[in-house]
Design a protein around this ligand. Structure first.
Ligand code: NIG
Ligand code: FE
Length: 429
C-alpha cells in the first residue's frame, strides 16, 4: 500500500497534465483528465493521481491524515504565474481613468507617471512595508489557486532600492505557502535622475547590481524591458550576458508595444522566457521554437491598456513554441493577482481552448521558470501543489469568468485554503 497523509476524493475530474516536457502543438490541448479521479500526497509530494477506485485499492491514509471531499468539483495543479511585478508600493488608479479619457500609456509615462510614479512610491516605502504588501498579495493569489509565482523587482532602480525590493520579497516568502521565484529587473526603465547617464546606469546594473544580487542569492533570474521607452537591444544584451555569467536565468519583456526583434534576442541569448510578444514576427516565432524559449503571454496587460494588438498565439502553438500565461500583476498595466480571468482572456482574445489555457497556466508556466520537473502537473513525485475548484469540469474555469471558483488549495502537501478561506496552516500554524 502507498502511505498518504492527505487524500482528495470525490472529484468529477482530476486534470493531471502529466508529462515530462512542456506541452507543444496539439499536446497543449490535452489536459490528461481522469474522470472521477483522486489525488493523494505524503509530506510535500504527490504519491497518487488517478481513478478513485484505484485510490481505495492502493492508498492507505495514515491515522490523523486529512481526507478532503472535492464534492464533485475539479482538481487541478496549483497555478504557476510566471510573470509578475509583485513588490511595489502605491497604486495608479488615476492613470486608469486618464487612459479611459484617451491618454496613452506612453503619454502618461512621458509626463512622469507610469513606471516612474511607482518607482517614487516604492523608494518611499521601507522593506517591512513592502514585505507586508507582498504578503497580502500572496494571500490573494493563493485564494485564487496560485501556488508558485515569479516576482520581479524593477521599481527601485538604485542599488539599495532594488536590493530592498528583493529582500522584502524574501521576507514575505519565507513563511508563505506560495513559492516565490525572484527576478531582478533593474533594467525596467532608466531612472529619471540617470536620464543623461544611461550608459553609466546600464554599466551599474551589469557590473555592480547583478554580481551582488546573484552572489547573495536574492534573485534566480534577470529580466530587461526592451522598448522604445526603456532599453535598446544592445543594452539588454550587455545586461543579460552579465546575468547569464552570474548564473541567473534570462527573461525579456519583448515586442510588447512595438516590434523590436526582442524574441530573436531572447532566443539568441538562450532565454528561459520571452514575455508579452504582441508584435512578434515570423522570424521571432521560429527563433523561439528553435531555442526552446517559452513565450509567456499576458492578455491581462493588453486588455487593461485597451490594446487591440494580440500576439499570434495560434501561430506560435502551430510553430512548436511552448506557450505560457501570466498575470503581469503590476499597478500600471494589470492590477489583478488572479489567474482565472487571465485564462478567460486568453480564450476570448486568442481563441485558446480552455484546456490549452490551463496547460499554459500550469505545466508550461512551470517550465518557463525552470521548475517543470518539480511542479505544474499532478503525478507521483511532483510537489503536492493542487487546488479544488467548485466546477463540474475544467471548461468552466475559463467559461464562468469573474468569480472565484477556488474552494481548496494544497501547497507543499498542506491544506492552506479550505471552503474558500485561508486555514491556520497558511500562516505557518
Ligand atoms: O509588464 N512593460 C513593462 N512593465 C510592466 C508595466 C509596469 C508598470 O506600468 O508599472 C508590464 O506591463
Ligand atoms: Fe511585465
Amino acid at each position: 500500500m502507498i502511505e498518504a497523509d492527505l487524500v482528495v476524493h470525490n472529484a468529477a475530474e482530476v486534470v493531471t497534465l502529466a508529462g515530462a516536457s512542456p506541452r507543444l502543438g496539439a499536446a497543449l490541448a490535452d489536459p490528461g483528465v481522469v474522470p472521477g479521479g483522486a489525488v493523494a500526497s505524503s509530506g510535500d509530494r504527490i504519491v497518487f493521481a488517478g481513478p478513485e477506485r484505484d485510490l481505495e485499492r492502493l492508498v492507505r491514509l495514515r491515522p490523523g491524515g486529512t481526507r478532503l471531499d472535492a464534492c464533485g468539483g475539479t482538481v487541478l495543479p496549483g497555478f504557476v504565474d510566471p510573470h509578475t511585478h509583485l513588490p511595489f508600493a502605491g497604486w495608479r488608479e488615476g492613470e486608469f481613468v486618464a487612459r479611459l479619457r484617451g491618454e496613452t500609456y506612453e503619454s502618461i509615462a512621458g509626463r512622469g507617471g507610469g513606471i516612474r510614479a511607482t518607482v517614487a512610491a516604492t523608494r518611499g516605502a521601507d522593506r517591512g512595508e513592502i514585505a507586508r504588501l507582498v504578503a497580502a498579495r500572496l494571500d490573494r493569489m493563493l485564494l485564487h489557486g496560485t501556488t508558485t509565482v515569479e516576482a520581479k523587482s524593477g521599481y527601485g532602480l538604485t542599488f539599495e532600492d532594488e536590493i530592498k525590493q528583493l529582500e522584502a520579497l524574501r521576507d514575505a516568502a519565507a513563511d508563505h505557502p506560495v513559492t516565490v521565484v525572484p527576478t531582478f529587473l533593474g533594467a525596467h526603465v532608466v531612472p529619471a535622475e540617470r536620464r543623461d547617464d544611461r550608459e553609466g546606469y546600464v554599466r551599474e546594473v551589469a557590473e555592480r547590481m547583478i554580481p551582488e544580487i546573484a552572489g547573495r542569492g536574492l534573485a534566480r533570474g534577470c529580466d530587461v524591458f526592451v522598448d522604445a521607452g526603456a532599453f535598446r537591444p544592445d543594452e539588454a544584451e550587455t545586461i543579460l550576458r552579465s546575468a547569464a555569467a552570474a548564473g541567473l536565468a534570462i527573461r525579456l519583456h519583448a515586442d510588447q508595444r512595438a516590434a523590436g526583434r526582442g524574441a530573436q534576442l531572447a532566443a539568441r541569448l538562450g532565454a528561459s522566457s520571452a514575455d508579452h510578444l504582441e508584435h512578434v514576427d515570423e522570424e521571432g516565432i521560429a527563433a523561439l521554437a528553435g531555442a526552446g524559449t517559452v513565450a509567456v503571454l499576458l492578455p491581462g496587460a493588453a486588455h487593461f491598456l485597451r490594446d487591440r494588438n494580440d500576439p499570434p498565439a495560434r501561430r506560435m502553438i502551430d510553430a512548436g513554441v511552448a506557450l505560457a500565461l501570466a498575470t503581469d500583476f503590476n499597478p500600471g498595466t494589470c492590477p489583478t493577482e488572479a489567474m482565472p480571468p487571465i485564462l478567460s482572456l486568453a480564450c476570448l482574445r486568442y481563441a485558446l481552448h480552455p484546456a490549452e489555457a490551463i496547460a499554459a497556466a500550469t505545466v508550461n508556466a512551470a517550465h518557463a521558470l525552470g521548475l517543470g520537473a518539480d511542479r505544474g502537473s499532478l503525478e507521483p513525485g511532483k510537489r503536492a501543489d493542487f487546488q479544488v475548484a467548485d466546477v463540474p469540469n475544467h471548461l468552466h474555469l475559463a467559461y464562468r469568468t469573474g468569480v472565484n471558483h477556488c474552494r481548496a488549495v494544497v501547497a507543499g502537501g498542506r491544506l492552506v485554503v479550505e471552503d474558500g478561506r485561508l486555514t491556520p496552516a497558511a500562516s505557518g500554524g
